[in-house]
Ligand binder design. Sequence first.
Ligand code: SF4
Length: 364
Amino acid sequence: MEGIITKNDAYGMLNAKISEFLDYIREINRDKSKQVTYSRNIFLPLTHICQNSCGYCNFKESPEDTKNLLMNEDDVRMLLKRANEYNCSEALFTFGENADEVDVVKNKLEEYSFSSMVEYVHHLSGICLNEYEILPHTNMGIISRKNLHYLSDVNASMGLMLETTNKNLLETVAHKDSPSKNPAKRIKFIEDAGKEQIPFTTGMLVGIGEDSRDWVDTLFAIKKLHEKYGHIQEIIIQNFKPKENTPMAGYPETPVTDLLKLTVIASLIFDDVSIQIPPNLNSNLVTLFALVGADDFGGISPVTGDYINPELPWPSIINLEKQLATIGYTLTERLPVYDKYVSGDYLSDEVLDVASKIKRRNNI
Ligand code: SF4
């Protein structure tokens, strides 16, 4: 868990030329397995209603305009059935934060006989496990530690993007209308997940107004949590993509060289946490990212699109395999919970049983 570089080393590396990174890249590749992992998943965006309004988001919809206020059990079952046909192992529940504080969503939940989104997700997760043998991974924003504990019984892993530790973004177009994007609240939530021993996915959103030193601060904030609780299984480095009809539509993207440097730095800070690059946001560059330390492509769905970046479809698994083969790497399927957490210390008996079945079925 030590990592190779200190915080000051990492700050120094931010200003180095990319050519000076070659020694580090050699170091990263020295003992590397030359494997990049992915999870075969299905995306269940239960609702697009959200209490935040992030300046870069085109996922959120208003109650008046949304096409489906709250997916019902039939909607979910239909997708789970398709997930079974494609041998998916992960049901990713991602949706707007605190949606049940909005009256129309609360009323809809009552119509379905649930009092909160947490209760509804718990119920649907039970269906995933018991009827479809698919492992739930929930990322629903900040909830209480009590609710984290409740959901951990039926989830293989959970997640929340820290995004950045720069609290000044709460005053900017990115997060001024998004109170739950307060970094202190998000760090507290990730800490609560650690106390509950929940295998956890977090990450950074790069290019929303922070500066490069914030990248290092964010990575070391995650490292501090991981050193204490050991529960961080992967860190997503998600590059901001401007979206039409959002307040940040005209904002520039982070240059690729900076993203590559950041991936190297992250790989050197963490020696036991995967570094994930979303392949649909970097579809022509996946081999480069693999060479500089990215060892995971996250959830890839043969069934549903990326609802957060709908304009950027997933590359096919075959296409990714072919791209990686050009540099002598392989693509390997994994569960939504990393192997080192597949034990009774982290998972309920129910989740553990389904994880074992999928491992046998998918030969993982
Ligand atoms: S990015 Fe997430 S938290 Fe922000 S408005 Fe969109 S759905 Fe809500």
